[in-house]
Design a protein around this ligand. Sequence first.
Ligand code: EPU
Length: 434
Amino acid sequence: MEVFRIAGNNSLSGSVSVSGSKNSSLPLFAASLLSSDETILENVPQLSDIQFMAEIISELGAEVERLEPNTWRINPKSIVHYAPYELVRKMRASICLLGPLAGRLGRAEIPMPGGCVIGNRPIDLHIRALQGLGAKVRLKGGVVQIDAENLKGNKLFLGGRHGSTVTGTANALMAACLTPGITTLDGAACEPEINDLCKMLLSMGAQITGVGSHRLKVEGVDRLNGCRHKVIPDRIETATYVLAAAITNGEILIRGAELSHLGAFANLMDECGVEMSENQIGELTVRVGSKGLKSFEVITLPYPGFPTDLQAQTTALACFSPGLSILTEKVYPSRFMHVPELLRMGAQISLEGASAIVKGAASLTGAPVMASDLRASAALILAGLAAKGETWVQRIYHLDRGYDKFEKKLQGMGAEVERLPESALPKSFGPLID
Ligand code: EPU
């Protein structure tokens, strides 16, 4: 295992380029299975989750080749309907294979994804949608078995207790594309990643209307063709660099971002004193305004609300924003694993139910901390960049799932961060408990 050593308390400056979106790319790999033709995906980020997905679909029988660092060729001419647990268990997003396999092959067997540290992540809405299309679903030996021989278009409602489901919408949409008749998906997620999926499906020959809304209408077709598709920029990565500039009181230029995808995040930055200005070629300059950072209140919600995937990193910013800030989780109410680690750095945060109440302007000090998941890793690194002294972040394999060359991009903006073997951890930290 590797660790990050961060020497904090220095302002970022310079520029950074945003990679393609992880949460777009994963369902797009799955969507390529809907056709027996070749698909080329461009602007795919270099991440361990992408490697897992490539391994899973090649295990299903697709020819998968990385043509260039960010370009993949997928030829799914002949595929089988079942994926092995050993691969699927590594990544929850493999659940997105259900829809394409059911739609193209009329059956699917995917092991049920396991537990997740960010909270309970059921798949009842995915199942309900496929059942609504006429699939017979059963769970046997931990495997979700779908018999989808006789699917038929229908009216489906995709909302649940926590709002719409992103990968559930992707599954229903992909299956509906090859399902005879008209399917209406009400309460559909409208995240930019779902719109990107719709765009790719349309170029494969799917018939979809209502793209960008909570009501998608799909007219099933007999077959889909392959396509060439460029993945959208990663909005969560973009926002993480905005927060990195803000937390270090730096000034940076972000290239390749899509400002219109930032929704409620851009609004919050404005409220809490972070200036983001876009030039004519779409580059974003980010700096803290002359009045400094302000405390804020934010609630995570499905898009266009504030993304849960930015809650941890924004909690780190709150630690440096004078006053009381409140961050409330409405998507994953227990996604606060980063909080005890921030406390180790001297943050003042109390958890009240699904809210973190943060007393800001604390002077954080570097400490050894443990990453629990992808976004928590980023939060701890941001806090380390602004804290006094050295921060050592352990279990950074979580980070590698979703941030393309994170430390290199930060180094390019002057951050003192390095990736080291675990053996480099100072002995004074005591033994690691795994
Ligand atoms: N939910 C249900 N039943 C379901 C599905 C979801 O109750 O069948 C609930 C979830 O428990 C959660 C809410 O609905 O409370 C939203 O979950 P959703 O299904 O939208 O999440 P997901 O599709 O599994 C994607 C992202 C996550 C991101 C969430 C929310 C991908 C591959 N993953 O997950 O990304 O947090 O949407 O925006 O797109 C990350 O990148 O760090 C990450 C965790």
